[in-house]
Design a protein around this ligand. Structure first.
Ligand code: ADP
Ligand code: MG
Length: 249
């Protein structure tokens, strides 16, 4: 039997936006594969085409040139920079939104929502409204809402960039380990080098617009401790940072 361990195969993608003021070439000849269970980070300067790439994978915008091959019928979860929680709904009700809209809400789903709230440390806050939670907690609630649909592939578009620095360190490590433990495949778009190194198995570096693939790094960190900052304290961390930094300058 032929077993495909790539969950996703992007073949020679190019994409331009067309408007009255002309053409903006966003992506140029992008090809890469994503393995099942892999945590892939995509980094590149602001405006280079990172969100465009995720939108193409998510099917939010239509493919122009190239091909995207999925391994079967993938359930995709999408998480954005802003949590997009509905302010008038409680956290619990926000988390049930997806199944509610799809008319697939069952007592089992409600139970699963409560389990995730408990696992992710938000159970106590389930009846609060988003406005009563910290930025980090709201982002975690947004992750639970995404996880409710049991996605096989998670697309994360700068999900931590609205958070202040310290919260960002903790929440990114926190959400990173949740994703790894649940063995999901994830593509994280970020312009934060440290975030990419600390979370990813592999990093794809994009050039300035139009985005092309500049280089690809396999990340292997030796951790001598536990806790959210362990991967940032790994001996290899600085070396990767230096190399990636040089790519940007
Ligand atoms: P990034 O996420 O890396 O910051 P984007 O993928 O959002 O970059 O955008 C890439 C380029 O395409 C930018 O120059 C942006 O201004 C342009 N762009 C993005 N969305 C649109 C759109 N809907 N119409 C026209 N141009 C767009
Ligand atoms: Mg973007």
């Amino acid at each position: 039997m032929y077993i495909m361990d790539n969950i996703l195969d992007l073949k020679d993608l190019s994409f331009s936006y067309h408007s009255l003021s002309g053409e903006t070439i966003a992506l140029s000849h992008i090809s890469f594969q994503v393995k099942k269970g892999e945590f892939l980070a995509i980094i590149g300067p602001s405006g280079c085409g990172k969100s465009t790439l995720l939108s193409l994978i998510a099917g939010l915008i239509e493919l122009e040139l190239g091909e995207i091959v999925f391994n079967g019928n993938l359930r995709i979860g999408y998480m954005l920079q802003h949590d997009h929680l509905l302010p008038w709904r409680t956290i619990y009700k926000n988390i049930l939104l997806g199944p509610e809209i799809n008319r697939t809400l069952t007592p089992e789903k409600e139970e699963y929502a409560l389990k995730l709230l408990n696992d992710y440390g938000l159970y106590r806050f389930r009846n609060k409204r988003p406005g009563e939670l910290s930025g980090g907690m709201k982002q975690r609630a947004a992750l639970i809402r995404t996880m409710m649909m049991d996605p096989e592939l998670l697309l994360l578009d700068e999900p931590f960039s609205a958070l202040d620095y310290q919260t960002r360190l903790l929440v990114s490590a926190d959400i990173g380990s949740i994703i790894k433990e649940s063995k999901k495949t994830a593509i994280l778009v970020t312009h934060d080098l440290s975030e990419a190194i600390s979370l990813a198995d592999r990093i794809i570096v994009l050039s300035k617009r139009p985005a092309t693939i500049k280089s690809i790094y396999e990340i292997k960190l030796t951790k001598h401790e536990d806790g959210p900052l362990a991967s940032r304290n790994a001996p290899e961390f600085q070396g990767y940072f230096k190399k990636l930094w040089e790519e940007f300058t």
